[in-house]
Design a protein around this ligand. Structure first.
Ligand code: NAG
Ligand code: NAG
Length: 371
């Protein structure tokens, strides 16, 4: 398959429509990606969409690299689940975002309920990171090194690492990760830091904390688990991104994007609002060069984590439970296509713009598209 650098050529193939990762790359991003999980990889119809690198250029393991799987008892390392996802991505030519190392949740009880001193827990954290990051060395474009370390008011969350070691567990984790894989991009990852406010300020504090300790931090991952009709404005999204860049990271990404309905089922107007909201997040990433890409937290409502955690909520993803594309898919695609043809600076999403772009694009002689 020929990969064009212009959307015009991508769209010139009669009857073919360019897919999300192709369009994202044509618009200057590194990838458009999806999380996935081990149990879903036996669903052939699901896999057929996930494995298409034109659609998804990046994969995140939803669970398999978390501490409860990778070191379920002290010193017993198991990478079976994580390897399955990483191998899947590599066999498809997809980038891997690795997830996650220092996190209070999905932490085995031997860590969370253990009796520790600063020295013993520091040793446990260093050993875990050295082993896991060492195992995946060279395979992870980025690591979510520290996950969800903040309360909603921007203070540090009480967890075993913070309680025993103090805030220095954060730079310590970044140092250990950099030592084990110097080439990986190292991220702080959290939710409700997409817009402006106390928690976003807290994320800036973490960047400063890590840098002041002399450790490397490359990026901020904005999870973006959002609710239809309540998302931050594009302006606030960009202000937040720029606050992280000003604090000294070189990149950001939307790492776990989903936009859920609080009551089900959605009606047509709701699906249109969801599409607009997905378009707004996509525009924000396009507007800032240092936003490297967008990852949705799985791609289909069939495998979304939302209904299991937020009872009565759901329908959060761009593909429905039957793997059909929703209006959100069309809008993400249109916004990326418009950016790919040089309209990225135009924040107005209009059907007119997109339609005229497509008509212009399909009039390009097919000989320029290759095969
Ligand atoms: C998925 O397909 C089933 C069976 O045809 C149908 O009942 C259901 O409404 C569909 N879901 C959506 C979101 O369209
Ligand atoms: C953005 O695109 C719309 C639709 O084509 C157009 O009406 C508007 O003038 C454009 N704005 C800028 C600033 O280019």
């Amino acid at each position: 398959m020929y990969f064009s650098t212009t959307a015009a050529a991508l769209l010139a193939i009669p009857g073919a429509s360019a897919q999300l990762n192709q369009l994202a790359k044509a618009a200057g991003k590194l990838y458009f990606g999806s999380a996935t999980d081990n149990g879903e990889l036996t669903d052939a119809a699901y896999v057929a969409i996930l494995e298409d690198a034109n659609m998804f250029g990046q994969i995140t393991p939803g669970n398999g690299q978390k501490w409860e799987y990778t070191e379920p008892s002290q010193g017993q390392f198991d990478y079976t689940s994580g390897d399955q996802i990483v191998d899947f991505a590599e066999s498809n030519g997809q980038i891997v975002r690795c997830h996650t190392l220092a996190w209070y949740s999905q932490l085995p009880s031997w860590v969370g309920d253990g009796t520790w001193t600063v020295d013993t827990l520091t040793s446990v954290l260093n050993t875990h990171i050295a082993n896991e990051v060492g195992h995946y060395k060279g395979q992870c474009r980025s690591w979510d090194v520290v996950n969800e370390a903040l309360n909603e008011d921007g203070t540090y969350r009480e967890n075993v690492f913070y309680t025993v070691i103090g805030e220095s567990y954060i730079p310590l984790a970044f140092e250990a990760t950099a030592a084990a894989d110097p080439d990986a991009k190292l991220y702080y990852n959290d939710y409700n830091i997409e817009g402006t406010g106390a928690k976003q300020d807290g994320a800036v504090t973490i960047i400063n904390l890590v840098k002041d300790a002399g450790a490397k931090i490359d990026g901020v991952g904005m999870q973006a688990h959002l609710i239809v009709g309540t998302i931050p404005t594009q302006s606030d999204l960009e202000t937040s991104i720029n606050s992280y860049l000003s604090a000294g990271v070189t990149e950001v990404a939307y790492t776990e994007l989903d936009i859920r309905f609080s009551s089900l089922p959605p009606d047509d107007a709701g699906l249109q609002q969801q599409a607009t909201d997905y378009g707004t997040v996509t525009q924000a990433c396009l507007a800032v060069d240092a936003c490297v890409g967008i990852t949705i937290w799985d791609y289909t409502d069939k495998y979304s984590w939302i209904p299991g955690v937020f009872a009565g909520s759901g329908a959060a993803l761009p593909w429905d439970e039957n793997l059909s594309e929703k209006p959100a898919y069309s809008t993400i695609s249109s916004v990326l296509a418009a950016a790919a043809t040089g309209s990225a600076s135009n924040a107005t999403i209009t059907t007119t713009l997109v339609t005229s772009t497509l008509i212009t694009a399909t009039s390009v002689p097919t000989s320029t598209s290759g095969s």
